[in-house]
Design a protein around this ligand. Structure first.
Ligand code: ZN
Length: 108
């Protein structure tokens, strides 16, 4: 079971209070982009065994979107942060590297 803390209203709750919205930090491609880029944006997602950055929504709470960094193998949550960022903030990256020294941030 995941326990997440919403960074917007600071409520900690089980994952059933939230809704998983998929991979975080996707680069969006719209009209006028290359077909391959648009197809990749629509269908291609990371599915790592290990650290994953995800988009969540506090569906049964404040309703806001946020991002969470967690391990898909151990369900360890490294932290949550605002969805209004282009990359994980330093405190999240530091928390991940403290447990997974080999982890490197890379955009989608
Ligand atoms: Zn909330």
């Amino acid at each position: 079971m995941l326990i997440l803390t919403c960074p917007c209203c600071h409520v900690s709750a089980e994952e059933t209070e939230f809704h998983a919205e998929g991979e975080a930090h996707l680069k969006r491609f719209g009209p006028g982009s290359e077909d391959a880029d648009f197809e990749s944006y629509l269908f291609m997602r990371k599915n790592p065994k290990g650290v994953h950055l995800e988009r969540w929504r506090h569906a049964n709470g404040c309703g806001k979107y946020f991002h969470a960094a967690r391990c898909t193998m151990t369900l360890e949550v490294f932290g949550t942060y605002s969805a209004q960022t282009l990359e994980p903030p330093k405190f999240i990256q530091d928390a991940i590297r403290a447990k997974r020294p080999d982890w490197v941030w890379s955009a989608a």
